[in-house]
Design a protein around this ligand. Structure first.
Ligand SMILES: Nc1ncnc2c1ncn2[C@@H]1O[C@H](COP(=O)(O)OP(=O)(O)OP(=O)(O)O)[C@@H](O)[C@H]1O
Length: 542
Protein backbone atom coordinates (compact mmCIF):
# COMPACT_ATOMS: atom_id res chain seq x y z
CA UNK A 1 0.00 0.00 0.00
CA UNK A 2 1.40 3.34 -0.99
CA UNK A 3 2.09 5.68 1.84
CA UNK A 4 1.01 9.10 0.70
CA UNK A 5 2.26 10.61 3.95
CA UNK A 6 -1.20 11.95 4.74
CA UNK A 7 -2.64 10.01 7.71
CA UNK A 8 -6.30 8.87 7.72
CA UNK A 9 -8.35 11.47 9.47
CA UNK A 10 -11.39 10.89 11.65
CA UNK A 11 -13.67 13.45 13.13
CA UNK A 12 -14.00 13.65 16.89
CA UNK A 13 -17.71 13.29 17.56
CA UNK A 14 -17.41 15.58 20.59
CA UNK A 15 -15.57 18.68 19.34
CA UNK A 16 -15.82 17.84 15.62
CA UNK A 17 -12.08 18.37 15.14
CA UNK A 18 -10.40 16.15 12.51
CA UNK A 19 -7.51 14.04 13.79
CA UNK A 20 -5.29 11.16 12.68
CA UNK A 21 -6.86 7.81 13.52
CA UNK A 22 -4.02 6.90 15.87
CA UNK A 23 -4.74 9.89 18.08
CA UNK A 24 -8.50 9.67 18.28
CA UNK A 25 -8.66 7.55 21.45
CA UNK A 26 -6.44 9.74 23.60
CA UNK A 27 -8.06 12.85 22.17
CA UNK A 28 -11.53 11.52 22.96
CA UNK A 29 -10.51 10.75 26.50
CA UNK A 30 -9.34 14.34 26.98
CA UNK A 31 -12.39 15.73 25.27
CA UNK A 32 -14.77 13.70 27.40
CA UNK A 33 -12.83 14.22 30.62
CA UNK A 34 -13.24 17.95 30.07
CA UNK A 35 -16.93 17.20 30.04
CA UNK A 36 -17.82 20.46 28.39
CA UNK A 37 -21.53 20.21 27.86
CA UNK A 38 -21.48 22.89 25.22
CA UNK A 39 -19.42 20.57 23.06
CA UNK A 40 -22.35 18.23 23.01
CA UNK A 41 -24.91 20.61 21.76
CA UNK A 42 -27.40 18.88 19.61
CA UNK A 43 -26.61 15.48 20.95
CA UNK A 44 -29.64 13.75 22.25
CA UNK A 45 -29.79 12.75 25.86
CA UNK A 46 -30.67 9.14 25.66
CA UNK A 47 -33.73 8.30 27.66
CA UNK A 48 -34.43 4.68 28.05
CA UNK A 49 -37.35 4.51 30.31
CA UNK A 50 -39.15 6.99 32.44
CA UNK A 51 -36.45 8.30 34.69
CA UNK A 52 -33.87 5.81 33.58
CA UNK A 53 -31.03 6.78 31.37
CA UNK A 54 -28.04 5.01 30.07
CA UNK A 55 -26.09 5.03 33.26
CA UNK A 56 -22.38 5.32 33.29
CA UNK A 57 -20.38 6.82 36.00
CA UNK A 58 -19.58 10.37 35.22
CA UNK A 59 -21.33 10.29 31.89
CA UNK A 60 -23.52 13.12 32.95
CA UNK A 61 -23.19 14.65 29.53
CA UNK A 62 -24.74 11.48 28.19
CA UNK A 63 -23.41 11.65 24.69
CA UNK A 64 -25.09 8.89 22.73
CA UNK A 65 -21.98 7.52 21.08
CA UNK A 66 -19.31 7.65 23.74
CA UNK A 67 -19.07 8.02 27.42
CA UNK A 68 -16.45 9.29 29.75
CA UNK A 69 -14.06 6.57 30.77
CA UNK A 70 -13.62 6.92 34.50
CA UNK A 71 -13.39 4.69 37.48
CA UNK A 72 -16.45 3.75 39.50
CA UNK A 73 -19.64 2.33 38.17
CA UNK A 74 -23.33 2.58 38.14
CA UNK A 75 -24.18 5.14 40.70
CA UNK A 76 -27.25 3.37 41.86
CA UNK A 77 -25.11 0.45 42.95
CA UNK A 78 -23.47 2.57 45.60
CA UNK A 79 -24.60 4.98 48.26
CA UNK A 80 -25.97 8.21 46.91
CA UNK A 81 -23.37 10.77 46.04
CA UNK A 82 -22.83 13.15 48.91
CA UNK A 83 -24.01 16.68 48.91
CA UNK A 84 -22.13 17.89 51.93
CA UNK A 85 -18.50 18.20 51.16
CA UNK A 86 -15.68 15.92 50.24
CA UNK A 87 -15.56 13.97 53.42
CA UNK A 88 -18.68 12.14 52.43
CA UNK A 89 -17.39 11.16 49.04
CA UNK A 90 -15.70 8.00 50.10
CA UNK A 91 -17.73 4.81 50.17
CA UNK A 92 -19.36 4.32 53.49
CA UNK A 93 -18.63 0.77 54.41
CA UNK A 94 -21.95 0.54 56.18
CA UNK A 95 -23.85 1.52 53.12
CA UNK A 96 -25.25 4.89 54.17
CA UNK A 97 -23.86 8.27 53.27
CA UNK A 98 -21.83 9.51 56.19
CA UNK A 99 -23.11 13.02 55.60
CA UNK A 100 -26.34 12.26 57.44
CA UNK A 101 -25.84 12.41 61.16
CA UNK A 102 -29.28 11.94 62.67
CA UNK A 103 -31.45 8.89 62.28
CA UNK A 104 -34.29 10.75 60.51
CA UNK A 105 -31.73 12.14 58.04
CA UNK A 106 -30.36 8.70 57.40
CA UNK A 107 -33.85 7.42 56.67
CA UNK A 108 -34.70 10.31 54.44
CA UNK A 109 -34.75 10.11 50.65
CA UNK A 110 -34.25 6.80 48.89
CA UNK A 111 -35.68 3.65 50.48
CA UNK A 112 -33.36 2.03 53.00
CA UNK A 113 -33.06 -1.07 50.78
CA UNK A 114 -31.59 1.06 48.00
CA UNK A 115 -29.21 2.84 50.32
CA UNK A 116 -28.01 -0.44 51.73
CA UNK A 117 -27.34 -2.05 48.36
CA UNK A 118 -23.90 -3.61 48.71
CA UNK A 119 -21.19 -2.45 46.32
CA UNK A 120 -18.88 -5.40 46.79
CA UNK A 121 -18.99 -9.16 47.04
CA UNK A 122 -17.78 -8.88 50.64
CA UNK A 123 -21.06 -7.27 51.65
CA UNK A 124 -23.19 -9.48 49.42
CA UNK A 125 -24.81 -11.98 51.75
CA UNK A 126 -25.79 -15.59 51.04
CA UNK A 127 -26.16 -17.20 47.61
CA UNK A 128 -23.13 -19.33 48.39
CA UNK A 129 -24.18 -21.99 45.90
CA UNK A 130 -23.46 -19.67 43.02
CA UNK A 131 -21.00 -17.28 44.62
CA UNK A 132 -19.10 -19.34 47.16
CA UNK A 133 -15.35 -19.80 46.92
CA UNK A 134 -14.33 -21.80 43.87
CA UNK A 135 -17.69 -21.42 42.16
CA UNK A 136 -17.56 -20.69 38.48
CA UNK A 137 -19.08 -17.24 38.81
CA UNK A 138 -16.62 -16.14 41.47
CA UNK A 139 -13.69 -17.40 39.44
CA UNK A 140 -14.94 -15.54 36.39
CA UNK A 141 -15.49 -12.42 38.47
CA UNK A 142 -11.95 -12.54 39.76
CA UNK A 143 -10.69 -13.01 36.25
CA UNK A 144 -12.90 -10.11 35.04
CA UNK A 145 -14.32 -12.52 32.48
CA UNK A 146 -18.03 -12.15 32.55
CA UNK A 147 -20.10 -14.23 30.17
CA UNK A 148 -23.66 -13.28 29.30
CA UNK A 149 -25.84 -14.46 32.13
CA UNK A 150 -29.45 -14.64 33.22
CA UNK A 151 -29.98 -14.20 36.95
CA UNK A 152 -33.13 -16.04 37.96
CA UNK A 153 -34.53 -15.77 41.46
CA UNK A 154 -37.40 -14.55 43.61
CA UNK A 155 -37.96 -10.86 44.35
CA UNK A 156 -35.46 -9.15 46.60
CA UNK A 157 -32.93 -11.98 46.61
CA UNK A 158 -30.17 -9.81 45.14
CA UNK A 159 -30.29 -10.12 41.34
CA UNK A 160 -29.96 -6.41 40.62
CA UNK A 161 -27.41 -6.04 43.38
CA UNK A 162 -25.29 -8.84 41.96
CA UNK A 163 -25.51 -7.31 38.48
CA UNK A 164 -24.24 -4.01 39.88
CA UNK A 165 -21.39 -5.72 41.69
CA UNK A 166 -20.42 -7.51 38.50
CA UNK A 167 -20.57 -4.18 36.72
CA UNK A 168 -18.35 -2.55 39.27
CA UNK A 169 -15.94 -5.39 38.96
CA UNK A 170 -15.91 -5.17 35.18
CA UNK A 171 -15.48 -1.45 35.30
CA UNK A 172 -12.04 -2.06 36.72
CA UNK A 173 -11.42 -3.73 33.41
CA UNK A 174 -12.67 -0.69 31.54
CA UNK A 175 -16.12 -2.02 30.61
CA UNK A 176 -19.11 0.28 30.73
CA UNK A 177 -22.45 -0.57 32.25
CA UNK A 178 -25.81 0.25 30.82
CA UNK A 179 -29.17 -0.60 32.33
CA UNK A 180 -32.50 -1.08 30.67
CA UNK A 181 -35.76 -1.93 32.31
CA UNK A 182 -37.78 -4.29 30.18
CA UNK A 183 -40.98 -2.91 31.67
CA UNK A 184 -40.62 0.35 29.79
CA UNK A 185 -37.82 0.19 27.22
CA UNK A 186 -38.82 0.01 23.56
CA UNK A 187 -37.18 -1.89 20.70
CA UNK A 188 -35.66 1.41 19.57
CA UNK A 189 -34.05 1.86 22.97
CA UNK A 190 -32.52 -1.56 22.60
CA UNK A 191 -31.23 -0.73 19.13
CA UNK A 192 -29.77 2.54 20.34
CA UNK A 193 -27.93 0.81 23.16
CA UNK A 194 -26.55 -1.73 20.71
CA UNK A 195 -25.45 1.01 18.33
CA UNK A 196 -23.71 2.78 21.13
CA UNK A 197 -22.02 -0.43 22.25
CA UNK A 198 -20.77 -1.04 18.71
CA UNK A 199 -19.28 2.43 18.54
CA UNK A 200 -17.64 2.05 21.92
CA UNK A 201 -16.08 -1.23 20.90
CA UNK A 202 -14.98 0.01 17.49
CA UNK A 203 -13.59 3.36 18.49
CA UNK A 204 -12.40 3.07 22.06
CA UNK A 205 -12.22 -0.71 22.37
CA UNK A 206 -14.50 -0.59 25.36
CA UNK A 207 -16.85 -3.44 26.17
CA UNK A 208 -20.43 -2.84 27.22
CA UNK A 209 -22.30 -4.76 29.86
CA UNK A 210 -26.01 -4.40 29.40
CA UNK A 211 -28.20 -5.12 32.39
CA UNK A 212 -31.82 -5.82 31.55
CA UNK A 213 -34.07 -5.98 34.57
CA UNK A 214 -37.18 -8.15 34.26
CA UNK A 215 -35.95 -9.47 30.93
CA UNK A 216 -38.97 -11.77 30.68
CA UNK A 217 -41.08 -8.69 30.00
CA UNK A 218 -39.32 -8.10 26.69
CA UNK A 219 -41.24 -9.43 23.74
CA UNK A 220 -39.74 -11.84 21.25
CA UNK A 221 -38.74 -9.10 18.82
CA UNK A 222 -36.88 -7.23 21.52
CA UNK A 223 -35.14 -10.36 22.71
CA UNK A 224 -34.22 -11.21 19.12
CA UNK A 225 -32.62 -7.78 18.75
CA UNK A 226 -29.97 -8.76 21.31
CA UNK A 227 -29.23 -12.09 19.83
CA UNK A 228 -26.51 -11.40 17.21
CA UNK A 229 -24.83 -8.85 19.45
CA UNK A 230 -24.64 -11.17 22.42
CA UNK A 231 -23.37 -13.83 20.05
CA UNK A 232 -20.56 -11.70 18.62
CA UNK A 233 -19.68 -10.11 21.96
CA UNK A 234 -20.69 -6.52 21.24
CA UNK A 235 -22.57 -6.60 24.51
CA UNK A 236 -22.37 -8.83 27.52
CA UNK A 237 -25.92 -9.32 28.60
CA UNK A 238 -26.96 -9.66 32.23
CA UNK A 239 -30.68 -10.34 32.42
CA UNK A 240 -32.62 -10.55 35.66
CA UNK A 241 -35.90 -12.36 35.97
CA UNK A 242 -38.22 -13.69 38.62
CA UNK A 243 -39.82 -16.04 36.09
CA UNK A 244 -38.57 -19.39 34.89
CA UNK A 245 -36.32 -18.43 31.95
CA UNK A 246 -37.08 -21.70 30.14
CA UNK A 247 -40.55 -20.38 29.48
CA UNK A 248 -40.01 -16.66 29.41
CA UNK A 249 -36.69 -16.15 27.66
CA UNK A 250 -36.35 -16.91 23.99
CA UNK A 251 -34.48 -20.21 23.67
CA UNK A 252 -31.89 -18.92 21.20
CA UNK A 253 -30.95 -16.16 23.62
CA UNK A 254 -31.05 -18.57 26.54
CA UNK A 255 -28.61 -20.91 24.85
CA UNK A 256 -26.10 -18.05 24.61
CA UNK A 257 -26.36 -17.18 28.30
CA UNK A 258 -25.53 -18.98 31.50
CA UNK A 259 -28.46 -19.21 33.85
CA UNK A 260 -27.54 -18.43 37.45
CA UNK A 261 -30.22 -19.48 39.90
CA UNK A 262 -30.40 -17.34 43.03
CA UNK A 263 -32.38 -18.52 46.02
CA UNK A 264 -34.54 -16.85 48.57
CA UNK A 265 -32.30 -15.46 51.28
CA UNK A 266 -32.17 -17.64 54.37
CA UNK A 267 -33.25 -16.31 57.75
CA UNK A 268 -29.58 -16.12 58.80
CA UNK A 269 -28.70 -14.15 55.67
CA UNK A 270 -31.63 -11.83 56.32
CA UNK A 271 -30.51 -11.31 59.89
CA UNK A 272 -27.06 -10.27 58.78
CA UNK A 273 -28.47 -7.90 56.13
CA UNK A 274 -30.73 -6.36 58.76
CA UNK A 275 -27.88 -6.12 61.26
CA UNK A 276 -25.75 -4.26 58.74
CA UNK A 277 -28.56 -1.75 58.24
CA UNK A 278 -29.24 -1.43 61.96
CA UNK A 279 -25.56 -0.77 62.61
CA UNK A 280 -25.33 1.77 59.87
CA UNK A 281 -28.41 3.57 61.18
CA UNK A 282 -26.79 3.74 64.61
CA UNK A 283 -29.56 1.72 66.25
CA UNK A 284 -28.52 -0.36 69.23
CA UNK A 285 -29.59 -3.95 69.75
CA UNK A 286 -31.14 -5.04 73.02
CA UNK A 287 -29.99 -8.55 73.67
CA UNK A 288 -32.88 -9.72 75.87
CA UNK A 289 -35.59 -7.80 77.57
CA UNK A 290 -35.75 -4.06 77.40
CA UNK A 291 -35.89 -3.94 81.22
CA UNK A 292 -32.65 -5.77 81.79
CA UNK A 293 -30.75 -3.31 79.69
CA UNK A 294 -32.50 -0.22 80.85
CA UNK A 295 -29.49 1.29 82.56
CA UNK A 296 -27.44 0.98 79.48
CA UNK A 297 -30.29 2.29 77.44
CA UNK A 298 -30.39 5.80 78.80
CA UNK A 299 -29.07 8.59 76.68
CA UNK A 300 -28.01 12.03 77.59
CA UNK A 301 -27.89 13.37 74.05
CA UNK A 302 -30.58 15.55 72.59
CA UNK A 303 -31.18 12.89 69.91
CA UNK A 304 -33.19 10.02 71.38
CA UNK A 305 -31.30 6.75 71.63
CA UNK A 306 -33.00 4.11 69.50
CA UNK A 307 -32.97 0.45 70.50
CA UNK A 308 -34.27 -2.62 68.74
CA UNK A 309 -35.05 -5.91 70.43
CA UNK A 310 -33.09 -8.87 69.17
CA UNK A 311 -36.40 -10.74 68.84
CA UNK A 312 -37.77 -8.01 66.59
CA UNK A 313 -34.84 -8.52 64.20
CA UNK A 314 -35.37 -12.26 64.19
CA UNK A 315 -39.11 -11.86 63.56
CA UNK A 316 -38.46 -9.50 60.69
CA UNK A 317 -35.94 -11.93 59.21
CA UNK A 318 -38.52 -14.72 59.41
CA UNK A 319 -41.45 -12.77 58.08
CA UNK A 320 -39.93 -11.20 55.00
CA UNK A 321 -39.79 -14.56 53.27
CA UNK A 322 -36.25 -14.25 51.94
CA UNK A 323 -36.94 -10.87 50.36
CA UNK A 324 -34.26 -8.43 51.52
CA UNK A 325 -36.08 -5.44 50.09
CA UNK A 326 -39.21 -6.27 52.08
CA UNK A 327 -37.14 -6.84 55.21
CA UNK A 328 -35.18 -3.60 54.96
CA UNK A 329 -38.20 -1.55 54.05
CA UNK A 330 -40.17 -3.17 56.88
CA UNK A 331 -37.38 -2.12 59.24
CA UNK A 332 -37.45 1.39 57.84
CA UNK A 333 -41.20 1.70 58.32
CA UNK A 334 -41.00 0.41 61.87
CA UNK A 335 -38.21 2.83 62.78
CA UNK A 336 -39.92 5.78 61.14
CA UNK A 337 -43.22 4.99 62.84
CA UNK A 338 -41.49 4.73 66.21
CA UNK A 339 -39.61 7.95 65.63
CA UNK A 340 -42.87 9.69 64.86
CA UNK A 341 -44.91 8.32 67.71
CA UNK A 342 -42.99 5.96 69.88
CA UNK A 343 -41.24 6.45 73.09
CA UNK A 344 -40.75 3.77 75.69
CA UNK A 345 -44.14 2.85 77.12
CA UNK A 346 -45.03 4.80 80.22
CA UNK A 347 -44.09 2.93 83.31
CA UNK A 348 -41.41 0.84 81.62
CA UNK A 349 -38.53 0.61 84.01
CA UNK A 350 -35.67 2.70 82.76
CA UNK A 351 -37.72 4.41 80.13
CA UNK A 352 -37.21 8.05 79.44
CA UNK A 353 -38.33 10.48 76.79
CA UNK A 354 -34.88 10.14 75.30
CA UNK A 355 -35.22 6.51 74.38
CA UNK A 356 -37.12 4.79 71.65
CA UNK A 357 -37.65 1.05 71.66
CA UNK A 358 -38.52 -0.99 68.62
CA UNK A 359 -40.16 -4.21 69.62
CA UNK A 360 -41.47 -7.23 67.80
CA UNK A 361 -44.98 -5.84 67.45
CA UNK A 362 -43.69 -2.62 65.87
CA UNK A 363 -41.77 -4.58 63.31
CA UNK A 364 -44.85 -6.65 62.54
CA UNK A 365 -46.88 -3.48 62.12
CA UNK A 366 -44.15 -2.11 59.85
CA UNK A 367 -44.33 -5.18 57.66
CA UNK A 368 -48.09 -5.25 57.62
CA UNK A 369 -48.23 -1.86 56.00
CA UNK A 370 -46.42 -3.07 52.94
CA UNK A 371 -47.02 -6.79 53.20
CA UNK A 372 -49.80 -9.00 54.44
CA UNK A 373 -48.36 -10.54 57.54
CA UNK A 374 -48.05 -14.16 56.65
CA UNK A 375 -45.29 -16.48 57.57
CA UNK A 376 -45.23 -19.26 55.01
CA UNK A 377 -42.87 -21.37 56.99
CA UNK A 378 -44.25 -20.69 60.43
CA UNK A 379 -47.32 -21.00 62.56
CA UNK A 380 -49.42 -18.57 60.55
CA UNK A 381 -49.28 -20.97 57.62
CA UNK A 382 -50.88 -23.75 59.70
CA UNK A 383 -53.27 -21.40 61.45
CA UNK A 384 -54.69 -20.12 58.19
CA UNK A 385 -55.07 -23.49 56.47
CA UNK A 386 -56.78 -24.81 59.58
CA UNK A 387 -59.14 -21.83 59.62
CA UNK A 388 -59.92 -22.44 55.94
CA UNK A 389 -60.61 -26.14 56.50
CA UNK A 390 -62.90 -25.46 59.45
CA UNK A 391 -64.77 -22.68 57.67
CA UNK A 392 -65.50 -24.96 54.71
CA UNK A 393 -66.55 -27.73 57.08
CA UNK A 394 -68.89 -25.29 58.77
CA UNK A 395 -70.25 -24.32 55.32
CA UNK A 396 -69.34 -20.66 55.88
CA UNK A 397 -68.51 -19.53 52.37
CA UNK A 398 -67.54 -16.00 53.41
CA UNK A 399 -65.06 -17.11 56.03
CA UNK A 400 -63.71 -19.78 53.69
CA UNK A 401 -63.00 -17.23 50.98
CA UNK A 402 -61.46 -14.85 53.49
CA UNK A 403 -58.93 -17.40 54.75
CA UNK A 404 -58.11 -18.39 51.22
CA UNK A 405 -57.39 -14.73 50.42
CA UNK A 406 -55.24 -14.33 53.52
CA UNK A 407 -53.07 -17.17 52.37
CA UNK A 408 -52.82 -16.39 48.68
CA UNK A 409 -52.25 -12.67 49.13
CA UNK A 410 -49.63 -13.50 51.72
CA UNK A 411 -47.73 -15.50 49.14
CA UNK A 412 -48.83 -19.04 49.99
CA UNK A 413 -48.09 -21.71 47.43
CA UNK A 414 -51.43 -22.31 45.64
CA UNK A 415 -50.64 -26.01 45.27
CA UNK A 416 -50.47 -26.35 49.03
CA UNK A 417 -54.01 -25.00 49.29
CA UNK A 418 -55.17 -27.13 46.36
CA UNK A 419 -53.81 -30.29 47.97
CA UNK A 420 -55.79 -29.50 51.10
CA UNK A 421 -58.94 -29.08 49.01
CA UNK A 422 -58.45 -32.53 47.47
CA UNK A 423 -58.24 -34.00 50.92
CA UNK A 424 -61.25 -32.01 52.11
CA UNK A 425 -63.37 -33.23 49.21
CA UNK A 426 -63.04 -36.78 50.47
CA UNK A 427 -62.73 -36.27 54.19
CA UNK A 428 -65.59 -33.84 54.71
CA UNK A 429 -67.84 -34.14 51.67
CA UNK A 430 -67.23 -37.70 50.63
CA UNK A 431 -70.17 -39.53 49.15
CA UNK A 432 -72.58 -36.68 49.93
CA UNK A 433 -71.24 -35.18 46.70
CA UNK A 434 -68.60 -37.32 45.02
CA UNK A 435 -68.17 -34.63 42.34
CA UNK A 436 -66.39 -32.48 44.91
CA UNK A 437 -63.32 -34.64 44.45
CA UNK A 438 -63.36 -33.96 40.70
CA UNK A 439 -63.59 -30.23 41.41
CA UNK A 440 -60.66 -30.35 43.78
CA UNK A 441 -58.42 -32.42 41.53
CA UNK A 442 -59.29 -30.19 38.57
CA UNK A 443 -58.47 -27.11 40.66
CA UNK A 444 -55.15 -28.65 41.64
CA UNK A 445 -54.27 -29.36 38.03
CA UNK A 446 -55.43 -25.91 36.93
CA UNK A 447 -53.21 -24.30 39.56
CA UNK A 448 -50.35 -26.43 38.40
CA UNK A 449 -50.85 -25.31 34.80
CA UNK A 450 -51.30 -21.61 35.25
CA UNK A 451 -49.80 -20.65 38.62
CA UNK A 452 -50.43 -17.45 40.50
CA UNK A 453 -52.02 -14.98 40.15
CA UNK A 454 -54.31 -16.47 37.50
CA UNK A 455 -55.08 -19.60 39.49
CA UNK A 456 -56.49 -17.69 42.44
CA UNK A 457 -59.98 -17.69 40.95
CA UNK A 458 -59.85 -21.46 40.43
CA UNK A 459 -59.15 -21.91 44.10
CA UNK A 460 -61.84 -19.38 45.03
CA UNK A 461 -64.39 -21.33 42.93
CA UNK A 462 -63.36 -24.62 44.46
CA UNK A 463 -63.36 -23.29 48.02
CA UNK A 464 -66.86 -21.89 47.53
CA UNK A 465 -68.03 -25.21 46.05
CA UNK A 466 -66.63 -27.06 49.06
CA UNK A 467 -68.20 -24.66 51.53
CA UNK A 468 -71.63 -24.99 49.88
CA UNK A 469 -71.52 -28.75 49.29
CA UNK A 470 -73.41 -31.21 51.52
CA UNK A 471 -71.10 -32.89 53.97
CA UNK A 472 -70.58 -36.52 54.89
CA UNK A 473 -67.83 -38.06 56.94
CA UNK A 474 -69.30 -41.56 56.65
CA UNK A 475 -66.42 -42.98 54.61
CA UNK A 476 -63.79 -41.09 56.53
CA UNK A 477 -65.11 -42.41 59.83
CA UNK A 478 -65.50 -45.94 58.56
CA UNK A 479 -61.94 -45.97 57.30
CA UNK A 480 -60.73 -44.63 60.65
CA UNK A 481 -62.40 -47.65 62.28
CA UNK A 482 -60.61 -49.99 59.91
CA UNK A 483 -57.28 -48.47 60.92
CA UNK A 484 -58.24 -48.81 64.56
CA UNK A 485 -59.21 -52.42 64.10
CA UNK A 486 -55.85 -53.21 62.49
CA UNK A 487 -53.94 -51.34 65.13
CA UNK A 488 -55.69 -53.03 68.02
CA UNK A 489 -55.53 -56.53 66.63
CA UNK A 490 -53.78 -58.90 69.00
CA UNK A 491 -51.57 -61.65 67.56
CA UNK A 492 -50.82 -62.36 63.89
CA UNK A 493 -53.19 -60.80 61.39
CA UNK A 494 -55.73 -63.31 60.05
CA UNK A 495 -54.82 -64.76 56.68
CA UNK A 496 -56.80 -64.04 53.54
CA UNK A 497 -59.55 -66.71 53.15
CA UNK A 498 -58.48 -69.26 50.55
CA UNK A 499 -61.57 -68.84 48.38
CA UNK A 500 -60.72 -65.12 47.90
CA UNK A 501 -57.19 -65.80 46.74
CA UNK A 502 -56.23 -65.79 43.10
CA UNK A 503 -54.85 -69.06 41.73
CA UNK A 504 -52.66 -68.38 38.70
CA UNK A 505 -50.57 -71.57 39.03
CA UNK A 506 -51.36 -75.27 39.36
CA UNK A 507 -49.63 -75.45 42.70
CA UNK A 508 -51.79 -72.70 44.09
CA UNK A 509 -54.90 -74.38 42.78
CA UNK A 510 -53.78 -77.62 44.39
CA UNK A 511 -53.34 -75.73 47.65
CA UNK A 512 -56.98 -74.69 47.51
CA UNK A 513 -56.55 -71.11 46.35
CA UNK A 514 -59.77 -69.77 44.87
CA UNK A 515 -61.65 -72.93 45.75
CA UNK A 516 -65.36 -72.36 46.29
CA UNK A 517 -65.25 -68.77 45.18
CA UNK A 518 -68.58 -67.62 43.77
CA UNK A 519 -68.16 -65.28 40.80
CA UNK A 520 -71.02 -62.87 41.41
CA UNK A 521 -71.94 -61.97 37.80
CA UNK A 522 -72.77 -65.63 37.21
CA UNK A 523 -75.55 -65.48 39.75
CA UNK A 524 -79.00 -64.02 39.26
CA UNK A 525 -79.80 -64.06 42.95
CA UNK A 526 -77.79 -62.40 45.76
CA UNK A 527 -74.71 -64.42 46.58
CA UNK A 528 -74.04 -65.72 50.06
CA UNK A 529 -70.32 -65.49 50.52
CA UNK A 530 -67.93 -64.43 53.26
CA UNK A 531 -65.43 -61.77 52.33
CA UNK A 532 -63.75 -61.28 55.67
CA UNK A 533 -61.50 -63.56 57.69
CA UNK A 534 -63.52 -65.90 59.94
CA UNK A 535 -62.49 -63.97 63.06
CA UNK A 536 -63.95 -60.73 61.73
CA UNK A 537 -67.14 -62.13 60.33
CA UNK A 538 -69.99 -59.67 60.80
CA UNK A 539 -67.81 -56.69 61.79
CA UNK A 540 -69.35 -53.30 60.91
CA UNK A 541 -67.25 -50.27 60.07
CA UNK A 542 -70.17 -48.14 58.94
N1 LIG B 1 -27.58 -10.95 48.85
C1 LIG B 1 -27.76 -9.73 49.37
N2 LIG B 1 -26.88 -9.21 50.25
C2 LIG B 1 -27.07 -8.00 50.80
N3 LIG B 1 -28.14 -7.21 50.51
C3 LIG B 1 -29.05 -7.67 49.64
C4 LIG B 1 -28.90 -8.94 49.03
N4 LIG B 1 -29.96 -9.15 48.22
C5 LIG B 1 -30.72 -8.06 48.30
N5 LIG B 1 -30.19 -7.16 49.16
C6 LIG B 1 -30.80 -5.87 49.55
O1 LIG B 1 -32.12 -5.87 49.05
C7 LIG B 1 -32.31 -4.81 48.11
C8 LIG B 1 -33.10 -5.33 46.92
O2 LIG B 1 -32.32 -6.30 46.25
P1 LIG B 1 -32.26 -6.40 44.66
O3 LIG B 1 -32.77 -5.16 44.02
O4 LIG B 1 -30.91 -6.87 44.28
O5 LIG B 1 -33.29 -7.58 44.47
P2 LIG B 1 -33.79 -8.27 43.12
O6 LIG B 1 -33.55 -9.73 43.28
O7 LIG B 1 -33.19 -7.60 41.94
O8 LIG B 1 -35.34 -7.99 43.26
P3 LIG B 1 -36.48 -7.74 42.13
O9 LIG B 1 -36.64 -9.02 41.38
O10 LIG B 1 -37.68 -7.44 42.96
O11 LIG B 1 -36.00 -6.59 41.31
C9 LIG B 1 -30.92 -4.33 47.76
O12 LIG B 1 -30.94 -2.95 47.51
C10 LIG B 1 -30.10 -4.68 48.96
O13 LIG B 1 -30.16 -3.64 49.92
Amino acid sequence: MADSGAPDLVRCPVCLQELPTGRINSHLDCCLQRGDPTALQGSKRLRLSGQEEVKESGATTAFPLFSKPKTGVVDSACPSPPTRGRGAEKDDSQGLATGATTLPDKLDGKPLADKMRPCSLEDYVGQSKVLGEKTLLRTLLHAHEIPSIILWGPPGCGKTTLAHIIAKNSKKNGARFVTLSATSATTNDVREVIKQAQNELRLVKRKTILFVDEIHRFNKLQQDTFLPHVECGTVTLIGATTENPSFEVNSALLSRCRVIVLEKLSVEAMESILMRAIKSLGIRVLKQDVHSDSEDASSSHSEPAVYIEEKAISTLAHLCDGDARAGLNGLQLAVQARLATGKAPAGTKGSSSNEIFIREEHVKEGLQRSHILYDRAGEEHYNCISALHKSMRGSDENASLYWLGRMLEGGENPLYVARRLVRFASEDIGLADPLALNQAVAAYQGCHFIGMPECEVLLAQCVTYMARAPKSIEVYQAYSKVKECLKNHKGPLPSVPLHLRNAPTKLMKSLGYGKGYKYNPMYQEPVEQNYLPEELKGIKFF
